[in-house]
Design a protein around this ligand. Structure first.
Ligand code: TYD
Length: 140
């Protein structure tokens, strides 16, 4: 899976650097969708894994606000591991990508900016189901 193949993309977040510290802003033109929801993962125990699903419509933008973690992505054909560890860079994940988040460093925080409100029906939580869903999509 190519990075920046329109399904996944690393996007820089503007940074305002001052001697007093840095400030980064995610606003309407940082991500290619209207922001409807923001949530974050924190206090993730060592060795724990998050994600393990795909979405049918939801677009997400993940940022390691603090610390680092790996995002393992699978588009139904190939898989790719991306480490996020910068608060001024995020990973855009379009729909139809299986993702697993792992190797959270101690104290890490994963910010997720999302294009839709929470809808459980938008999740594909079974990998076999994801494979048949994505294979069907790729054929049609
Ligand atoms: P889930 O999206 O599976 O977490 P992750 O992908 O980070 O491992 O969500 C975990 C639980 O939280 C699940 O029961 C659904 C609930 N949840 C909400 O109620 N609202 C939300 O916006 C999100 C993201 C999750």
């Amino acid at each position: 899976m190519e990075i920046n193949n329109n399904r996944i993309q690393i996007i820089s977040i503007p940074k305002i650097e001052e001697r007093r510290g840095n400030l980064s802003v995610i606003e309407h033109d940082t991500v290619p969708f209207d922001i409807k929801r923001v949530y974050y993962l924190y206090d993730v125990p060592s060795g724990a894994e998050r994600g393990g699903h795909a979405h049918k419509k939801l677009q997400q933008f993940l940022v390691a606000l603090s610390g680092s973690f790996d995002v393992v992505l699978n588009d139904g054909r190939e898989s790719k591991n991306i480490t996020l560890n910068k608060p001024f860079e995020g990973l855009l994940i379009k729909p139809g990508i299986w993702r697993e988040l792992q190797n959270f460093s101690s104290g890490s925080v994963c910010l997720v900016v999302a294009s839709e409100v929470y809808i459980e029906d938008d999740y594909i939580r079974d990998f076999e189901e994801f494979m048949s869903y994505t294979t069907h999509k790729q054929k049609n």
